[in-house]
Design a protein around this ligand. Sequence first.
Ligand SMILES: [Zn+2]
Length: 416
Amino acid sequence: MSDGSVGRVRIDADRLWARHMELARIGRVGETGNCRVALSEEDAEARALFASWCRAAGLSLRSDRAGNMFAIRPGRDPSRKPVAAGSHLDTQPHGGRFDGISGVLAALEAVETLNDAGVETEAPLIVVNWTNEEGVSFAPGLLGSAWFAGLIADADLDAIEGPDGQRFADAAARTGWRGELRPDELALDSFFELHIEQGPVLEKEEDQVGVVTSVQGLRWLDVRVQGTDAHAGTTPLEARRDALLAAAAIVVELNRAGRAAGSDARVSVGRFRPGTDGPSTVAGCVDLVVDIRHPDADTLSGLVERCEAACTAAAAAHGCDARVSQRLAVPPRAFDPSCVDAVAAAARALGLRHRRLPSGALHDASNIAAVAPTAMIFVPCRNGVSHNVEEYAEKDDLAAGCEVLLHAMLARSGVA
Ligand SMILES: [Zn+2]
């Protein structure tokens, strides 16, 4: 088959949509939600259904120590490294039908489209389901891809326990998908992850496809604001070291620092805990966590420094001290330019409205980018809502993203 006729191969939008709806019956929450926490009975059931579709498509299934699932379609040239695509089938406890799921099902749809059209690729293709992206029962999240990328050692993986003392290794084995495949047996040519955007940009700009250039970096700062507990009735306002007042000023200053760093910067305080919790006590201590994100490493470092300085200065202005320590640092990850260009070229060739943008959320692709050329495709989702039973993506947008995925994979794999 010539490249020209491959260009006209189209995915089956109805099949892709029907699979979403069929998977969503497992672990249903209300009308439109899903609860399939990683390695739960529901996750095991979803894995079994996905595996049955893969087998029916003639794919051979393997799994590794982390429970990651790999559905393999051979290529004409067995010496070529495989081109992989996928995401995750696990969900948040009140998650939706698309976060992660779309990336796995779109990869499967791409492969089945090639089956239907009788197209053989030079390189093998692999559909991947990464284990425990969401990190609900077992921490950290993005666990399967992190282990696969060599960011977590075997012994550390096996030692991970859930809140009820359940071992990760045992839970993975119980699903039937704790296999023997080693990452070094599976050097990837490339990895593509389709995912709903989980943000409002594509919908607002009326674009159908997001060409994801990078995943932004993340830092968490632990801040302890120290003042003095005092009686609310007897202590004059000017005599206080009010840690809650200082912490409130810190929140305002952090927001100001974030706004000053441009539209790509994110600065948030989502945890704010006074050491005392009495209506008549001036709080002497407050703990807060600052979440800071930016796609550029240098800008992120500068912003973190300004946030640290803002904490110290705002605390001092209210007679308090701020102790700032860094708990978590995930560097920004730029995706491989040739893979990003393959996604953009596919969107252009298909005549789809598209734009380049960074990812605000972390994804398995950020881990895999450490070991293989990687890129992501975003699909718009309604009102940018995700991690929510209301999460929704349009059938046509999923189909458009899946077409882009298929043609980006073909660009890497070559057609026999
Ligand atoms: Zn996800």
